[in-house]
Design a protein around this ligand. Structure first.
Ligand code: Z5A
Length: 212
């Protein structure tokens, strides 16, 4: 996709890792550096995607087939890419996305046990050669994240999973980081917020400097 002019940044992590809390500061850092930013999220980001999100996160379809879950994620992603992400990147807007395909490897691959080769096929089909330029993984022990998330609202379909599921999600994220050290940066999200944000500022500063 040679016509892409903006940068594509994704933020990932387990439950309660602090993505929502920290996305605003990332957006501000990018805007202060002079870049127009489109903030979006997955699953979701478009009217169709948000409806799919409700199906995926709500309890109406508890026990849905793992493959159906995977394909719904990529169905929403195809719409998101074609209606929102790619047009923005083409016009030079930087896209900041709360979760993307690394989440599919972590949750559907690691958590549900779907063969990552299947995910790779869908990734290539739906995204062609588009991959994030930078990914921040907010990492923290499962117990800490679940406690933080649990203080907010009733658990959604994913938050209702067992400890082992989240352990596999976390391990998969850390494997992704190990295998993609240039693109993926791990943030220790277990620390107090000021320290989490100072790590984020360092990563973003290095990335912005490399983009000049
Ligand atoms: N999913 C999937 O399975 N496959 C896919 O391909 C994709 C997604 C794209 C939707 O995610 C679900 O979809 C997700 C994976 C699945 N599973 N779940 N659940 P989501 O991103 O919308 O929802 P989430 O992961 O549940 O996000 P979250 O629970 O909202 O977590 P968060 O945004 O990372 O955390 P937060 O709301 O910023 O913070 C949680 C609380 O902790 C809050 O009260 C904060 O004030 C507090 N907090 C944050 N940072 C700190 C620090 N440093 N210290 C103390 N307290 C803190």
């Amino acid at each position: 996709m040679n016509e892409i002019k903006g940068k594509f940044i994704t933020v990932e992590g387990g439950e309660g890792a602090g993505k929502s809390t920290n996305l605003d500061i990332i957006k501000q850092l990018l805007e202060r550096a002079g870049h127009p930013v489109l903030y979006t999220r997955e699953p979701g980001g478009t009217p169709l995607g948000e409806e799919v999100r409700d199906l995926l996160l709500g309890h109406k379809h508890d026990g849905m087939a793992d493959e159906a879950e995977l394909l719904l994620m990529f169905g929403a992603r195809a719409e998101h890419l074609s209606r929102k992400i790619i047009p923005a990147l083409r016009e030079g807007t930087w896209v900041l996305c709360d979760r993307f395909t690394d989440a599919t490897y972590a949750y559907q691959g690691g958590g549900r046990g779907i063969d990552p080769k299947r995910i790779q096929i869908l990734e290539q089909w739906v995204q062609q050669d588009l991959r994030p330029d930078l990914t921040l993984i907010l990492d923290l022990p499962i117990e800490v994240g679940l406690e933080r998330a649990g203080k907010r609202s009733a658990p959604d379909r994913f938050e209702s999973e067992a400890h082992n599921f989240f352990q596999k999600v976390r391990e998969t994220y850390l494997d992704i980081a190990k295998n993609n050290p240039k693109r993926v940066k791990v943030i220790d999200a277990s620390l107090p917020l000021t320290q989490v944000q100072s790590q984020i500022k360092t990563v973003m500063g290095n990335f912005l400097a490399a983009c000049i």
